[in-house]
Ligand binder design. Structure first.
Ligand code: GLA
Length: 372
């Protein structure tokens, strides 16, 4: 090949690459600056039907999710804040990826391969959502893969929050043409550890967090749940949902039994429990659905996880002001957090969350939207 031919190929190659990159360019804009000076960006991903998510690389948080109602009006179905300072102060995990360990580890301790690890204590005597500064408060690297796909990654140093091993996690958000928000997680470690991340979006399908979620109809495909003690730590028992207020096998309004006299309900101040999902962990299956008859919005949750934490926004008490200056009152949103069981590192009868060097942690969870 002559040098002129080589040069021509090089020029055409470069032009082709540049054209491709500009086609794939997804809108990114500055979202704010953290107290320590680091800059945070807002990324937008959408499909051709108009479903759109906005994500920031602080906590890999979903800050808005716009979905059509029966009339075709796109409205935001997740809570959150207008500015970065509010996310920096937030202790409700709005829209975040939480980890290393979603939910509680009792006594903020566990023993692995003969060694006991003391974790951050940040919830009574327990460790919640990774400790004092979990994944929700970290700056993630973010790469735009295409207009509908965003890949975020974070490297958690050995010992962070008290957990062993240097853990590298990636989270890929995709808005599919089927109106799904798909979340794929991957994780690797250099020492034996535990890993159990989840997504902590606060959903309100009415599109307005001025409304509570008590009329939303929820189905959870689970015959069993894991009862908790007064500190919301599972006792280890796996109990049937039958004849309990935690029976969501058939769709039921969240408000129907939320205030009845029941020990589990009073420990959670409502629903704040882990359901043991039916079907085979490791296989993506339909595990829950949520329907708001007012707007017609339906959200289905498909996951390959063993458990689902349903939290009915019991700690929202009107003291927090969110997007558009709306005060987030009691039970104006709910979380459906796909994960393994809380406190598994201390419960030999719960599915294992241990991750060893050479293995790969994998999770896929899909929030699929439609109209009914
Ligand atoms: C999870 C927990 C709740 C609460 C929220 C955050 O869902 O189960 O008890 O801590 O996170 O406020």
């Amino acid at each position: 090949m002559s040098s002129v031919e080589k040069l021509t190929i090089l020029i055409f190659g470069t032009v082709f690459l540049l054209m491709n990159c500009s086609q794939n360019k997804v809108p990114t804009k500055p979202f704010g600056v953290l107290e320590d000076g680091r800059e945070i960006n807002l990324y937008t991903i959408s499909n051709s039907r108009g479903m759109t998510a906005e994500v920031i690389n602080f906590g890999a948080r979903i800050v808005s999710l716009k979905v059509a109602d029966r009339q075709g009006n796109f409205e935001d179905v997740v809570l959150g804040f207008d500015n970065l300072a509010a996310y920096e102060k937030d202790n409700s995990y709005q829209g975040a990826i939480v980890g290393r360990y979603g939910n509680r580890i009792g006594g903020a301790k566990f023993t692995l391969e003969g060694k006991t690890y003391q974790l951050d204590i940040n919830d009574g005597a327990n460790c919640l959502h990774g400790g004092k500064e979990g994944f929700d408060k970290k700056v993630w690297k973010c790469r735009q893969i295409s207009p509908n796909v965003l890949k975020l990654s974070y490297v958690s140093p050995d010992g962070e929050g008290g957990f062993p091993g240097r853990v590298k996690v990636t989270v890929t958000y995709t808005i599919t043409e089927d109106n799904e928000l798909k979340i794929e997680y991957r994780g690797v470690t250099d020492k034996t550890t535990v890993l159990n991340p989840t997504s902590h979006c606060y959903f309100n399908l009415t599109g307005s967090p001025e409304n509570d979620i008590l009329d939303h109809e929820l189905m959870i495909d689970a015959d069993y749940f894991t009862p908790v003690d007064g500190g919301l730590i599972p006792t280890g028992e796996i109990r049937s949902v039958v004849d309990t207020p935690l029976d969501f096998l058939k769709p039921k309004k969240i408000g129907q039994h939320i205030d009845i006299s029941n020990e589990q309900i009073s420990f959670g101040s409502g629903y704040d429990h882990n359901w043991m999902l039916n079907g085979q962990p490791g296989q993506l299956r339909l595990s829950a659905s949520l329907y708001d008859s007012q707007s017609g919005r339906m959200m289905e949750v498909l996951t390959d996880q063993a458990g689902l934490q349903f939290y009915s926004g019991n700690f929202l008490d009107g003291s927090m002001t969110g997007k558009h200056s709306i005060r987030y009152k009691h039970r104006t949103a709910l979380c459906l957090e796909a994960q393994s069981f809380p406190d598994s590192p201390n419960k030999t009868n719960f599915p294992s969350v241990v991750l060893k060097p050479g293995e790969e942690y994998k999770q896929t969870t899909v929030y699929r939207f439609s109209i009914k």
